[in-house]
Design a protein around this ligand. Structure first.
Ligand SMILES: *[C@@H]1O[C@H](CO)[C@@H](O)[C@H](O)[C@H]1NC(C)=O
Ligand SMILES: *[C@@H]1O[C@H](CO)[C@@H](O)[C@H](O)[C@H]1NC(C)=O
Ligand SMILES: *[C@@H]1O[C@H](CO)[C@@H](O)[C@H](O)[C@H]1NC(C)=O
Length: 710
């Protein structure tokens, strides 16, 4: 069940749907389901629209329909130019169909796919009729490669318009000519930056870099929605420009800035180029510790094209793409990506009542962080503390958090202020009668938690959910004094809340399905990747307590109920996990770092204290990993984790388990359960029962065909 089909390629249900009958605007020939085309005067407008999906995907079906349409356009003398645009508001093309790549059995098959893509995009580039890409929404991976093969790119200056080559995050490289075109287009250093980080580039930045040629401002509301008007306007501008290109009244040639000219000039010198390769290689080596093959292959591929010419470049690209696609690193990263998508869905269904007003108790680092991500996503939020000083600090933190977005230009100061107007800071329980959910992040002391729960239950409405961000105390112990234990749940955030992606939700035996649904819905609204685990009395929760953000005492400062005494500086160990996938890959969350993180862990502390080690680093790592994996398997065995995929996501995003291994369960699959059990037995003989393999691992070891992930 944990296998998600991410991208829909060709849905038969769609063919039976009424919309299908309505699709009468195909320009030339047969009924097409993924790409359509209108002729506007002498300009062909080609529209992408993957059926039953929010995003367009470069699937086999879409590619073949697109190829057919382009052939018709090239053959049609009445058509002088073309515009490529999407019918979906949020997505130009969001990338290649991952199923298509995963379905390949050999690296040759994948290389073949890459070559087909390269050929198609070359025809676009060589097209005698000018082709303009009109971009609104996500333009990623293969979508960006298509756009940069066109003769001109116009993008809307909207937030949702982002360009990127995220292949590296999946252990791959841009395989349809992207590694060859990007350096020519934006210069070598910028191209490396784009391809090696996979980061999102907003439209205005893309324009500055030379990745797009023209920007279109979004329109306000009119008869139609701003969104629809903006797309129509984009299309109009693109059609005009395409026509102008065809009749040669305008030119697609862009004037490069002085810096870019100088850079290009320098990069033309082989010696300078070699220096750039060397610098970038060193940086990658240092950050990935050699654990991620994709970045090095990207450098190698770019190098092949620039040093040995076009054919060598294309060949290297398709071959390296094929080789990467079958590596275990790529499979692990792809698994994590799919896992993330899986954890962005609410498995408990739609809650009966939508949470609109949220109250957060405790304006410490955690509480203020929770308030920030909530108010930022349109929830009315009350932030309550017991001390004015603590409250002021917390509100200041929320302001700073939002203001940093203003500084980064992802928010206007007007938007910041209107978001902040939904935040109320207070010292009492005023307005709690309207709260749909209360999240407490008060000091980790069972007596304080009990007192707070009782106080809150006296003022909240019957439907209101009570959530606790506890990591040290079992949530069922907190729920024990509740009048309505079915409404009590754990919501375990990671610090810093606005940057860590993971939210771990903990249910007790009494928590109702609807309460769980509400908590997940709120987490998703806050933009979190959500895993749901059952309470575990021994260590409370799988990942939270195991990873330990430093324990309660040394951990977060929480204003509410904080015993008097000097404030400690918060331990910010939480920084080591989460964030964007790339951020956890690159800053070297390789095995050694991962293990270093572990030395503070409660479950792992004792064996290494007791047995001073005279063994190799590899051996230490292996003991840590096997122990960790065994612990994870035990969580699954005991039903604390409901699926391997959630275990993998929790370990990687919450604890900094190395993404290249894909998580503990994927690691068992790739290392082999039998081999792992053998190792555990060996350690067990020396160090004792902490290494006794759990029954579930033994079962998998006895049956080689059993895998956690198919
Ligand atoms: C060329 O195309 C532009 C843009 O549509 C148009 O304004 C102009 O009149 C055309 N010129 C000729 C000579 O056809
Ligand atoms: C403020 O809260 C209301 C009610 O939940 C919501 O509809 C609105 O969008 C929020 N405002 C902002 C700027 O997020
Ligand atoms: C909230 O959860 C975090 C993450 O584990 C933990 O470090 C912190 O102590 C908790 N804070 C409170 C006040 O419950």
């Amino acid at each position: 069940a944990h296998h998600v089909k991410l991208f829909y390629a060709g849905s038969f249900a769609f063919l039976k749907s009424p919309e299908h009958k309505l699709m009468t605007h195909f320009c030339l020939f047969p009924a097409r389901t993924h790409v359509s085309c209108d002729i506007k005067g002498d300009v062909a407008v080609v529209r992408f629209n993957t059926p039953n999906s929010k995003v367009n995907t470069l699937s086999k079906q879409l590619s073949s329909e697109f190829t057919d349409i382009m052939n018709e356009i090239w053959a049609n003398e009445a058509v002088k130019s073309a515009v490529l645009i999407s019918s979906k508001p949020g997505s130009f093309i969001a990338g290649a169909d991952l199923d298509m790549i995963e379905a390949c059995k050999t690296s040759q098959e994948v290389s073949q796919l890459s070559q087909e893509g390269q050929k198609m995009l070359e025809k676009i580039e060589q097209s005698p009729k000018p082709i303009v890409a009109a971009i609104s929404g996500s333009c990623l991976g293969g979508g960006l490669e298509l756009a940069i093969a066109c003769h001109y790119r116009i993008a809307t200056k909207e937030k949702k318009t982002v360009l990127a080559t995220p292949e590296v995050l999946l252990g791959l490289l841009p395989g349809a000519g992207g590694t060859q075109r990007l350096p020519k287009m934006v210069g070598l250093p910028a191209a490396f930056d784009v391809m090696l980080t996979g980061r999102n580039i907003r439209a205005d930045r893309a324009k500055k870099m030379g990745l797009v040629d023209q920007l279109v401002d979004p329109l306000g509301p009119g008869v139609k929605s701003p969104e629809a008007r903006t797309i129509e306007y984009l299309e109009e501008v693109a059609i005009n420009f395409a026509r102008g290109l065809a009749n040669k009244t305008v030119s697609a040639k862009r004037s490069k800035g002085l810096m870019q000219k100088l850079t290009d000039y320098a990069m033309a010198v082989p010696f300078v180029r070699q220096q750039v390769y060397k610098t970038v290689e060193n940086k990658v080596q240092k950050q990935t510790k050699g654990l991620y093959p994709a970045p090095l292959k990207i450098i190698e591929t770019v190098k092949a094209g620039l040093d040995q010419g076009r054919d060598a470049g294309y060949l290297a690209e398709s071959q390296n793409f094929g080789q990467l696609a079958v590596t275990k690193e790529s499979k692990a990263l792809l698994g994590l990506y799919r896992g993330q998508v899986y954890c962005k869905k609410n498995k408990f269904g739609t809650p009966q009542r939508e949470v609109k007003t949220l109250a957060v108790l405790g304006a410490g680092l955690m509480g203020a962080g929770i308030a920030q991500v909530s108010v930022d996503k349109g929830l009315k939020t009350i932030l309550k503390d017991t001390a004015q000083q603590g409250l002021d600090r917390g509100q200041q933190q929320v302001f700073k958090g939002l203001n940093s977005k203003v500084k980064k230009k992802s928010l206007t100061s007007f938007e910041r202020d209107s978001i902040l107007s939904n935040l109320t800071g207070q010292l009492d329980y005023k307005g709690f009668e309207k709260a749909d959910m209360v999240i407490e992040a008060v000091f980790e002391d069972i007596n304080i938690k009990h007192r707070v729960l009782k106080e809150v239950e006296a003022v909240i409405p019957a439907h209101c959910v009570f959530a606790s961000n506890t990591s040290a105390l079992p949530i069922s112990q907190i729920a024990a004094v509740s009048k309505r234990p079915e409404k009590v749940i754990g919501m375990h955030y990671f610090s810093p809340v606005d940057r860590m992606q993971l939210l771990e939700i903990i249910t007790t035996d009494k928590t109702s399905q609807d309460t769980a649904a509400s908590a997940v819905a709120v987490g998703l609204k806050q933009g979190k990747v959500v895993i749901v685990v059952k309470v575990r009395e021994r260590t409370q929760v799988c990942w939270g307590a195991a990873g330990g953000t430093g324990g309660v005492q040394s951990g977060e400062e929480e204003a509410e109920g904080r015993p008097p005494g000097p404030r400690q500086l918060p331990a910010r160990r939480g920084q080591r996990g989460g964030m964007s996938l790339w951020r956890i890959i690159l800053p070297g969350l390789a095995l050694p770092t991962f293990c270093a993180g572990f030395t503070c862990s409660s479950i792992l502390r004792s064996p290494y204290r007791l047995f001073p080690c005279s063994c190799t680093e590899e051996d230490i790592q292996m003991r840590l990993v096997t122990r960790f994996v065994n612990e994870a398997a035990m969580c699954l065995q005991e039903g604390i984790l409901s699926s391997p995929v959630e275990g993998d996501i929790g370990a990687v995003f919450g604890l900094g388990f190395p993404p290249c291994l894909g998580g503990p369960f994927r690691y068992v699959d790739s290392y082999g359960a039998k081999q792992l059990v053998d190792k555990l037995r060996k350690y067990e003989a020396v160090y004792g029962s902490q290494f006794t393999p759990c029954q579930l691992l033994l079962d998998y070891a006895n049956n080689p065909s059993k895998k956690f992930h198919q």
